[in-house]
Design a protein around this ligand. Structure first.
Ligand SMILES: [Zn+2]
Length: 375
């Protein structure tokens, strides 16, 4: 029998459609589900019964002002489901067990270590235990670096996992696991799914993601968004980069590069910058022009309206620095450009965002490569 039409596959698809609808609409009546999914009332009744028994949905009594029995709606049993979110960065490892509404059940942190893989495994096992009787929807791990997301392979990273296939390593846990580049994960879980933008993280390294037409721009070699290795041609004395080229943006504007060239901590650089120290201030302004050069080119090529930024460097140098980048970008854009500005990303927690990623992947088909309904 053709796999696509087998009754099991059809049933699974129908269940997914029902779950997606309930998840998106919150409290919903059976009749509305039948209406929207075009399934018969009997099919909806049967599938809803199964989903209830499996612990995915619950009945909610709706308050009405009218007489008679209050109607019963359906809702996802968010408190009974959970997701594991993990952050692996140069600052260490965070593993959290969250329920599907995003409330933390258990959260552990570990400082940077040379034996990172056993630590991650141990922390994951503890988080899974904390889930107790709850159904675990999956695990998502955010990693700084170049990640082959479909394979789960860490291609390049400063966190000490280069060449490690995390998906394979964690297969023994028996739980669906996603491995994502940190900035891609931030972009995919942002509430800006209707907008086109570039997201850049200025931190120890520089990472970026392009979010276009409802999806992350992905490439064959997982290097899309490697903004840190864009070359700054206006730099009169380009430095060699570990990637083999010279003059990459990261050799000037990553936190690590700044600390080396300024010979002081980024915190001290930021303080001197805010105090408009005559020696430091122009050097930081120069950095903003270096960032603006490849950024303006990208804005022009992709016709971007918006750039979202985040990271420790952004936090420390603040609005003044962003204004400076913004001005330098504008000088390089044509009069036809519709670029609106640089915006700082709202506060986030990688472990929590990773857990959110799992929940949305589970319930929303359009994030699983399905059709995107956009304006
Ligand atoms: Zn480079």
């Amino acid at each position: 029998m053709n796999k696509a039409t087998s009754p099991e596959v059809m049933k699974l698809n129908n269940k997914k459609a029902i779950l997606e609808f309930i998840y998106s609409e919150k409290n919903i009546y059976r009749a509305q589900i039948a209406d929207r999914t075009r399934l018969s009332n009997q099919t909806v009744t049967n599938l809803v019964k199964e989903l209830k028994e499996e612990g995915f949905i619950k009945e909610v009594t709706m308050e009405t002002k009218g007489k008679g029995r209050n109607p019963i709606a359906l809702s996802i049993a968010l408190d009974e489901l959970c997701a594991i979110g993990v952050e692996i960065s140069v600052r260490g490892v965070t593993v959290g067990c969250f329920n599907a509404s995003g409330q933390v059940i258990r959260r552990d942190e570990h400082p940077p270590t040379d034996v990172i893989l056993p630590i991650v495994k141990e922390m994951l096992e503890m988080a899974l235990k904390a889930a107790d009787a709850k159904t675990i929807l999956g695990i998502a791990i955010s990693v700084e670096g170049v990640i082959n997301e479909s394979k789960g392979l860490v291609v390049k990273s400063s966190v000490g996992l280069e060449g490690v296939n995390l998906k394979e390593e964690l297969r023994y846990l028996g739980i669906k696991t996603y491995i994502r580049n940190d900035v891609n994960l931030l972009a995919e879980t942002s509430d800006r799914q209707e907008e086109n933008y570039m997201m850049i993280r200025f931190d120890r390294g520089i990472g970026a993601a392009l979010f276009l037409n409802g999806a992350i721009l992905r490439s064959d070699h997982n290097m899309a968004g490697e903004f840190g290795h864009a070359i700054v041609y206006s730099n009169p004395s380009p430095r060699p980069c570990k990637c083999g080229k010279t003059g990459c943006l990261t050799t000037e504007a990553s936190m690590s590069a700044i600390e080396t060239h300024f010979n002081m901590s980024v915190l001290d650089v930021a303080e001197a910058y805010h105090a408009e120290d005559p020696e430091i201030f122009p050097k930081v302004e120069q950095l903003s022009r270096y960032i603006a050069e490849p950024l303006a080119n990208l804005i022009t090529i992709m016709d971007l309206e918006k750039v979202l930024v985040t990271g420790t460097l952004v936090d420390l140098l603040g609005e003044k620095f962003l204004q400076s980048i913004h001005r330098a970008v504008h000088e390089r854009l044509s009069v036809w450009n519709s670029f609106q500005g640089i915006e700082v990303l709202e506060a986030y927690d990688f472990a929590e965002r990773s857990a959110k990623f799992v929940v949305e992947k589970y319930f929303l088909r359009w994030r699983n490569g399905g059709a995107i309904s956009k304006k």
